[in-house]
Design a protein around this ligand. Structure first.
Ligand SMILES: Nc1ncnc2c1ncn2[C@@H]1O[C@H](COP(=O)(O)OP(=O)(O)OP(=O)(O)O)[C@@H](O)[C@H]1O
Ligand SMILES: [Mg+2]
Length: 241
């Protein structure tokens, strides 16, 4: 199973076998792509994998973390055997911790810092993990919306390919908690748990909900988080919903 757009669009490979196949090679260059999922579905791992794949290809990346501290993220990557130390030493990867406490009074700082980091690093790949906290700190929907739009615009303006993560709504795991990010993003990948008829979780599966300006596989495909990261079984029969 594969997707294709005739090969016209340049791609940023995610490094996740199977997912790149579903996307017809990778994320279209310059896209802002949202990855949603419940806790533990692998959003942070996927984001790291995406940046390490870029580093492997000599593309600079920046990981902006609103949730985990830098040592935790570095340790996660090390456990998967990804050469994060070398990538950071070579200046191919920068991991920046943004303090949530400061974030309340500094949505502007985040955007400023983002712009600064992009400028300093010449990042081709950007991750923000996660937008959920950012959204919780906005008082109303209008300010949430304007922050998200500004964020996406800054990322697009940089020419980088961006991956934003967001918590899924526990009651409706196919959509983000804020229900807004999907509209701002050019693409949406939903990570989720598969449940058996008795309601038990029996594994993980993902779906590409949207990906502007390219064709892609729409079916629900199983994936695993193994010793070397996420792996999607793009060949498995559509699990449906
Ligand atoms: N070294 C590893 N080997 C195998 N599986 C791992 C490894 N590290 C993490 N995992 C799996 O990945 C899961 C966590 O993934 P990750 O932190 O990316 O999820 P997340 O969607 O970002 O969660 P949260 O919403 O809590 O931030 C763990 O619960 C575990 O199942
Ligand atoms: Mg996470």
């Amino acid at each position: 199973m594969s997707a294709s757009d005739g090969g016209a669009t340049a791609r940023a490979e995610t490094g996740v076998a199977g997912l790149d196949e579903m996307l017809g090679g990778g994320l279209p260059h310059g896209h802002v792509v949202l990855v949603t999922g419940l806790p533990g579905t692998g959003k942070t791992c996927l984001a790291l994998q995406f940046l390490l794949e870029g580093a492997r290809r000599g593309e600079k990346g920046v990981f902006l973390s609103l949730e985990e501290d830098v040592p935790q993220l570095v340790e996660t990557a090390r456990q998967f055997g990804w050469p994060i130390d070398a990538a950071m030493e070579q200046g191919l990867l920068k991991v920046v911790r943004l303090d949530p406490k400061e974030t309340r009074q500094s949505l502007h700082r985040i955007q400023g810092e983002l712009a600064h980091e992009l400028e300093a690093l010449g990042a081709r790949r950007i991750v923000l993990d996660s937008v959920s906290l950012l959204n919780m700190l906005s008082d109303d929907e209008a300010s949430r919306r304007s922050t998200l739009f500004a964020l996406a615009a800054a990322c697009r303006a940089s020419g980088a390919t961006t991956l934003l993560t967001a918590e899924a709504d526990p009651r409706h795991p196919e959509v983000s908690r804020d229900g807004l990010s999907e509209y701002v993003a050019d693409g949406v990948v939903v990570l989720g748990y598969r449940t058996a008829t008795d309601g038990h979780r029996v594994g993980l599966a993902l779906r590409i909900l949207k990906m502007r300006r390219t064709s892609h596989i729409r079916s629900v495909q199983p994936y695993t988080i193994g010793p070397s990261g996420l792996m999607v079984d793009a060949k498995a029969v559509d699990l449906g919903r």
